[in-house]
Write a protein that binds this ligand. Structure first.
Ligand code: OVV
Length: 399
């Protein structure tokens, strides 16, 4: 296929503009209509808004590298602000080795061992909130629950847990262009990074935990001793802010679709599917980047060497050629195959932990609560890497 001339593919859409944060979906629809790959002139990157091409890029780690950075920063050209992740910001063969370790640690069997504990914690937390009646669903639920189960599973103690939220926020804000939100977080970097480094050491991790199992893989020679703390760091980077934002957006979207909440309340066993549908409908990790190690093409459009490609997962999840009624939240639809966790060799390795956490929260709530009413406006976080609320005041009506 002949290459499209550049003028046909230029777009002035800025995916990081705070003004499109509340509702980016009309802009995504325009991008999908405009073409399979667009040049976003403002940030100077390429964007892929449709499902088929997003999947094609995900399937091709030779032409679309992660070693060049999974955020907007170009590791082929500039030194990144932190030492690159040895799983996310790595290509095969390094990635193959580290991925295998984390995939085993977060296996289905490991999930079964965590399930009762997660469900019990969610039940206690939600009982307290239902008794209160009114609460902030982000500050008192979406942020509290993952913090009450994940550090334990990882194997770190609870001191300085606020650093965990700050570090996650730093990592994801660092995936977008540098802004005041990122700079303000980075002002706390010296303390936070020192704390993170300490928590990644063997001595900081309790026996049997996810973290301790990374060191076991180093002891058997699967990874090197030097790689162990860096691989533990991936849990701290990717394991908390993601589930907090995903659970928060799930609660928000279910609350603003009362009929969907009623379906869930009538059958809480739909909780896991409901979580996936909210991720499809309003993805909390709305995009991820790849970088071209050499010249290549997408859908016949030539892409130069060392270019950044923005994969618009949240747009692909609304692609009208892939989904029926894409703009409708429908927790009873067959939602498998959405791209909110990515797919392919870098598809989210922790997605079963995320689903377990979300299912625990949603089913605890759906078992007890007939409806959720907003008592004030929601507020969004300023992060350019994650789609997340900072506040959602609600009142719940018990069954
Ligand atoms: C998927 C993800 C997000 C953020 C950080 C990392 C991974 C990491 O491995 O550091």
């Amino acid at each position: 296929m002949a290459a499209i001339v550049l003028d046909d593919v230029n777009s002035d859409f800025d995916p990081f503009d705070a003004r499109t944060r509340i509702d980016p979906y009309p802009a995504y629809a325009r991008l999908r209509a405009a073409g399979p790959v667009l040049r976003l002139t403002k940030p100077g990157i390429w964007a892929v808004p449709r499902c088929d091409e997003v999947k094609a890029v995900f399937a091709d780690h030779v032409n679309f590298s992660n070693a060049g950075g999974a955020g907007i920063a170009n590791h082929f050209k500039n030194k990144p602000w932190r030492q690159p992740s040895i799983i996310l910001e790595a290509d095969p063969p390094l990635h193959t080795r580290t991925r295998k370790v984390l995939a085993r640690i977060m296996s289905p069997g490991a999930m079964r061992r965590l399930e009762d504990q997660f469900k019990a914690k969610a039940a206690t937390l939600v009982d307290g909130l239902v008794a209160k009646g009114s609460f902030d669903a982000i500050r008192e639920l979406a942020e509290v629950f993952p913090l009450s189960v994940f550090p334990d599973a990882l194997g770190i103690d609870f001191d300085g847990r606020e650093n965990l939220l700050t570090y996650g926020a730093m990592v994801f804000a660092g995936f977008g262009p540098e802004n005041d939100y990122f700079r303000n977080l980075m002002a706390r970097a010296p303390t936070v990074l020192q704390w993170v480094t300490a928590k990644c050491q063997r001595e900081a991790l309790s026996p049997g935990s996810f973290g301790a199992q990374v060191y076991e893989a180093a002891d058997t020679g699967e990874i090197t001793q030097d790689e162990a703390p860096l691989l533990v760091r991936s849990f701290l980077s990717a394991g908390l802010d993601t589930t907090i934002s995903g659970i928060g957006m799930a609660l928000y979207n279910l609350a603003r679709h009362p009929r969907q909440w009623a379906i869930l309340a009538a059958d809480p066993s739909l909780s896991r599917a409901a979580f996936d549908e909210t991720l499809r409908f309003d993805s909390s990790a709305p995009y991820v980047f790849r970088t071209t190690p050499h010249e290549t093409e997408i859908a016949g459009v030539r892409i130069g060497q060392h270019e950044k490609i923005l994969l618009l997962l949240a747009s692909a999840n609304r692609d009208e050629t892939r989904w029926e009624r894409p703009d409708e939240l429908d927790i009873t639809r067959r939602v498998s195959g959405h791209l909110a966790f990515g797919t392919g060799i870098h598809g989210c390795v922790g997605q079963m932990v995320a689903r377990l956490e979300a299912e625990a929260v949603l089913s605890a709530l759906a078992t007890r609560v007939a409806s959720i009413e907003f008592t004030g406006d929601v507020a969004y976080r300023d992060s350019s890497g994650l789609r997340a609320l900072s506040s959602m005041p609600v009142r719940v009506v018990p069954k």
